[in-house]
Ligand binder design. Structure first.
Ligand SMILES: O=C(O)C/C=C/C(=O)C(=O)O
Length: 159
């Protein structure tokens, strides 16, 4: 588990809503990305919406360059990569796995569910956020079998 820390300044603020903030964990890589790693909503309580994480590196070129997407075949290894990406965003925001309130899980083969869930348990321990699991026929890069997105809530002292 990571340790809660002071919330960082956001990368940018929505021009139409001062409570909506763009999060960039590696600001110099924004130029390569068509979406933010996360969006923080600060009022009435702080929420963090984490973009879908796959086995691909968080920051990668768009359009995709296949050399950046050399995925292991194993669902366990792919899920660990996605969870490490999400951990980097939670760490950046000073949040813990126990601050995650919702997980959406996308699989290309529902038989991968048990392997994916076992890896999530390594990270979440006994904490069980709300969850939705969806099976789809393809993800964003060849060979990707899993994508995870999450919503986390900032503890009141940090909201
Ligand atoms: O599903 C999304 O839009 C977020 C993730 C995207 C990718 O993994 C990607 O563009 O490679």
């Amino acid at each position: 588990m990571n340790t809660p820390a002071t919330r960082r300044s956001a990368f940018a603020t929505s021009p139409s809503n001062p409570d909506v903030k763009e999060i960039q964990t590696i600001p110099e890589r924004k130029v390569d990305m068509p979406y933010a790693p996360a969006i923080r909503v600060e009022s009435p309580c702080g929420l963090l919406f984490i973009s879908g994480a796959t086995p691909s590196p968080l920051y990668h070129k768009h359009p995709h360059q296949l050399a950046e997407h050399d995925h292991p075949n194993s669902i366990v290894d792919q899920t660990r990569r996605a969870m490490e990406t999400i951990k980097s965003i939670l760490d950046h925001e000073g949040l813990a796995w126990t601050d995650v309130v919702k997980v959406t899980k996308y699989l290309t083969d529902i038989r991968d569910q048990d392997g994916m869930v076992a890896v999530l348990k390594e990270y979440f321990g006994t904490w069980t956020p709300a969850s939705t699991t969806i099976c789809i026929n393809q993800l964003s890069t060849p060979g990707a079998r899993v994508e995870l997105d999450m919503i986390a809530a900032f503890p009141r002292a940090k909201s």
